[in-house]
Write a protein that binds this ligand. Sequence first.
Ligand SMILES: [Cu+2]
Length: 137
Amino acid sequence: MKTKTINKIVSTILLAGICEIGLAFVPPAVNLARAQQAANAATEPTPKVIEISAKKFEFSPSQITLKKGEPAILRLTSSDRVHGFMSKPLKIDTDIAAGKTTDIAVTPDSAGDFTVICDHYCGTGHGNMKMKVSVVE
Ligand SMILES: [Cu+2]
């Protein structure tokens, strides 16, 4: 009777141990998928960073070229006051505060020439404050 009880306890402990191993064990296929994901992330190109500065009443450079489907970061600064930076077809709309860097991510989905305008009134020349973004295939 006593031995039987001990045997039962021992087998319960063993069973619990096996379950724990079972939980910790990750099938190799899952591990492989994870490794593949990590490798893909590592080989994904880091977005190109393009610096654009704004001041009354121009953007510099006044023209940039992006590639369709390729992510880029536009690093925007203003040397005088707050300006806008807006292009509907490129899905860009932000303000550029003075003395601060504003990063915006853009991945153009169609080729062509697009105009970015300052949509934050900044003075008499505001209406002509724009730049061109050329998106190539
Ligand atoms: Cu403006």
